[in-house]
Design a protein around this ligand. Structure first.
Ligand SMILES: Cc1cc2nc3c(=O)[nH]c(=O)nc-3n(C[C@H](O)[C@H](O)[C@H](O)COP(=O)(O)O)c2cc1C
Length: 325
């Protein structure tokens, strides 16, 4: 399939793997890129720029296809060495960067000078237009259904994507709730030129996370996610568990007085314990409503091949069959 997204990133299929904390290691990024999509290493999961440089080298040993790095500018407990990460990305010969969170404007000149294409993840049309106006090359439009941070506007993709299509000139991918060939064809119909998946890629053989995480996603339905940290305007969609119930109870009890320190036990530093050790109830971890559409743990190549075959089938047979002469 050929779209402005496949052309921009030099990939075979218009499928991107979104950056995911303690999931987006070299193994997953390489598997996605080898299967014809765009794999993304999560920059901040690597504690230092040196470690990111090493992860980029590891990924390069596993694939000769293009892959990217995610740089997230969100409120974090520590203040990351962003100039160092940018240098590691440029020196590592990376050609695609997925930015997310705060405005990436400050870093665009250095990235563009190095020939890097920047796709900024946005949860609203106004942020997408801002990304376009500051010179981002593409946007990943992340609807309310998404795992991770859906923003504060709560607009689902059936509205958000066509609204983005009406306003944007640069290409965009649909993100949030994407799982299969149906998702891809729907995303294309609504004006996107590809799709970005997070949760779906965790439940794959190559995702270097504990088996418990994959099984939790397979077992979950579309009813099992919750929004946390809304009172802090840092909303995150997570899979419900004991820690999330505790966190929500604190949010209810403290109301507008809630501070980050009140919930630090449920959210700070929990990812390695969940993703690597499989201690599922230790804290809140991002997961999309799309869990309801995930029933297996295929290899990344099986998943991507299946998506592309299904999309082809829908376009050529199902949709073409509806068109009357
Ligand atoms: C476990 C997990 C961790 C994530 N971590 C990040 C992150 O560090 N930075 C980021 O920009 N997005 C992050 N995301 C969001 C994804 O990149 C992607 O936008 C989102 O998962 C899309 O929604 P979906 O899960 O419905 O596919 C994360 C998502 C998940 C599920």
């Amino acid at each position: 399939m050929k779209t402005r997204i496949t052309e921009m990133f030099g990939i075979q299929h218009p499928i991107i793997q979104g950056g995911m904390h303690f999931v987006g290691f070299a193994e997953l990024a390489a598997a996605v890129s080898n299967a014809g999509g765009l794999g993304i290493i999560t920059g901040l999961t690597q504690r230092t720029p040196e470690l990111l440089a090493n992860e980029i080298r590891r990924c390069r040993e596993m694939t000769d296809k293009p892959f990217g790095v995610n740089l997230t500018f969100l409120p974090t407990v520590s203040s990351p060495d962003y100039p160092g990460y940018i240098k590691a990305i440029i020196d590592g010969g990376i050609q695609a960067v997925e930015t997310a969170g705060n405005n990436p404007q400050k870093w665009l000149p250095a990235l563009h000078e190095a020939g890097i294409k920047v796709i900024h993840k946005c949860t609203s049309v106004r942020h997408s237009l801002k990304a376009q106006s500051i010179g981002c090359d593409a946007v990943s439009v992340d609807g309310f259904e998404c795992g991770g941070h859906p923003g504060e506007d709560d607009v689902p993709n059936f509205i958000l994507l066509p609204r983005a299509a009406d306003e944007l000139k640069i290409p965009f991918v649909a993100s949030g709730g994407m799982a299969d060939g149906r998702s891809l064809v729907a995303a294309l119909a609504l004006g996107a030129e590809g799709m970005n998946m997070g949760t779906r890629f965790i439940a794959t053989k190559e995702a270097p996370v504990h088996e418990n995480v994959k099984q939790a996603i397979v077992a979950a339905s579309e009813l099992d996610t919750r929004l946390v940290m809304r009172p802090l305007r840092n909303t995150e969609r997570v899979l419900r568990n004991a820690a999330v119930d505790r966190l929500l109870e604190k949010e209810r009890a403290l109301g507008a007085n809630l501070k980050f320190e009140d919930i630090i036990g449920e959210v700070a530093g929990v990812y390695p314990k969940i993703m690597l050790e499989g201690t599922m109830d230790v804290g809140a971890w991002s997961c999309g409503m799309v869990a309801g559409l995930i029933h297996d743990v295929p290899t990344v190549k099986e998943l991507i091949d299946r998506i592309m075959a299904e999309a082809d089938d829908i376009i050529r047979k199902r949709l073409a069959g509806f068109v009357t002469a």
